[in-house]
Design a protein around this ligand. Structure first.
Ligand code: ZN
Length: 289
C-alpha cells in the first residue's frame, strides 16, 4: 500500500467534519458542536452528524452510556475516573461530546452485530456448497460402483461414469473452494485491523468529557474490538486550552482542551479555505468491572 494514502483519508474526512460544524455554526449563528468520525483500516466508514448539546436527549434518549453519572443519591458511577467529581460529570452531562460518543458507540455496536450475522451467512453458504459437492460426487461414485460390480457377461460393460481422473479433478476443485472459503473467513475475522475514532468539535473537550473519551477508548478496545488497534483522537478548533466556569448557581471551574501534547494540524478541502485544528491522542482509563 502507498503509505501516504491513510493520512490523506484522515485529513480529508476531518476537513469535511470541520466544514459540517462550520456550516451549523453559520446556520445557527453560534453553538458548540461535535461529531464522531470512524475509520476502519484508515478508511472512513462513518460520520455521525454534528451534534449540539441540545440535541442530546432528543437524539440519544435518556440512557447515555458515556454520561458517567449515577442518578441514585450518593451513588458513584464506577467507570468514572476518581478525579472527576459528581458535579463535574453532571454539569457536562448535556455536552455535545456525550451525544457524539453515544452515537458512535451505537453505530459500532450495530456494525458488529450485522458483521456477526454476515459471518454466519458465509459459513452457511459454504456448508451448502460443500454438501452439494459431496452429494453430487457420491452419487456418481455409487453409480460407478454399481457398474463395475454388475456382471458384464454376456453384455459389454456400460461406459465408465467416474474414475481416478474425475476423482482428482473433483478433489482439486474442492480444495480450491475450501481454501477460498477459509481465506474469505479469515479476511472477515481480521477486519478491521485498526479502528480510529476522531471526536471533532469547535471547542476542546471539558474535564468531564476528556475523562469520557478515556473511558470510551478503553471500552471500545476491550469490549468491541479486542483484536484491533484502537485509537481515539480529540480534534478541535479554537484555543488549545482555556479555563472556563460552568453552571449558573453552582459554579464549577473546568478546562477546555488539552494543555499538553496537542498538535496543531492543517486540513484542506479543494477550493476551500485552510482549516486549522488541534489534534490530541487520547489515552485510556482502565475501567474496573
Ligand atoms: Zn464536556
Amino acid at each position: 500500500m502507498i503509505p501516504f494514502i491513510p493520512a490523506l483519508n484522515e485529513n480529508r474526512v476531518i476537513a469535511e467534519s470541520l466544514r459540517g460544524i462550520d456550516q451549523r455554526i453559520k446556520a445557527e449563528n453560534k453553538g458548540v458542536f461535535s461529531e464522531a468520525v470512524i475509520l476502519f483500516d484508515h478508511v472512513p466508514v462513518h460520520r455521525t452528524l454534528p451534534y449540539s448539546g441540545y440535541d442530546g436527549y432528543a437524539v440519544a434518549g435518556r440512557s447515555l452510556r458515556f454520561a458517567l453519572t449515577d442518578p441514585r443519591p450518593d451513588a458513584r458511577e464506577p467507570r468514572r475516573p476518581y478525579y472527576v467529581s459528581d458535579k463535574e460529570a453532571n454539569v457536562s452531562l448535556a455536552d455535545s461530546e456525550v451525544v457524539s460518543l453515544e452515537q458512535a458507540w451505537r453505530w459500532l455496536t450495530d456494525w458488529k452485530q450485522s458483521k456477526a450475522l454476515l459471518r454466519e451467512q458465509i459459513v452457511q453458504r459454504h456448508q451448502v456448497w460443500r454438501n452439494s459437492r459431496e452429494a453430487a460426487a457420491s452419487d456418481l461414485r455409487a453409480r460407478e460402483y454399481e457398474r463395475v460390480r454388475s456382471d458384464p457377461d454376456p453384455l459389454p460393460l456400460p461406459p465408465q461414469i467416474w474414475g481416478p481422473e474425475q476423482e482428482r479433478a473433483w478433489q482439486a476443485d474442492t480444495d480450491r473452494g475450501e481454501v477460498a472459503a477459509y481465506q474469505e473467513l479469515q479476511a472477515w475475522d481480521g477486519y478491521p485491523r485498526s479502528v480510529t475514532v476522531f471526536l471533532v468539535g469547535n471547542i476542546g473537550p471539558c474535564d468531564g468529557c476528556k475523562a469520557r473519551l478515556k473511558v470510551f477508548l478503553y471500552e471500545l478496545s476491550a469490549e468491541l474490538f479486542p483484536k484491533a488497534l484502537v485509537m481515539v483522537k480529540a480534534v478541535y478548533t479554537g484555543d488549545q486550552c482555556k479555563r472556563g466556569v460552568r453552571g449558573t448557581t453552582d459554579r464549577l471551574e473546568t478546562e477546555y482542551g488539552y494543555p499538553d501534547r496537542a498538535e496543531q494540524q492543517e486540513f484542506r478541502l479543494d477550493g476551500e479555505p485552510l482549516r486549522r485544528a488541534w489534534v490530541r491522542l487520547v489515552t485510556a482509563w482502565p475501567v474496573r468491572q
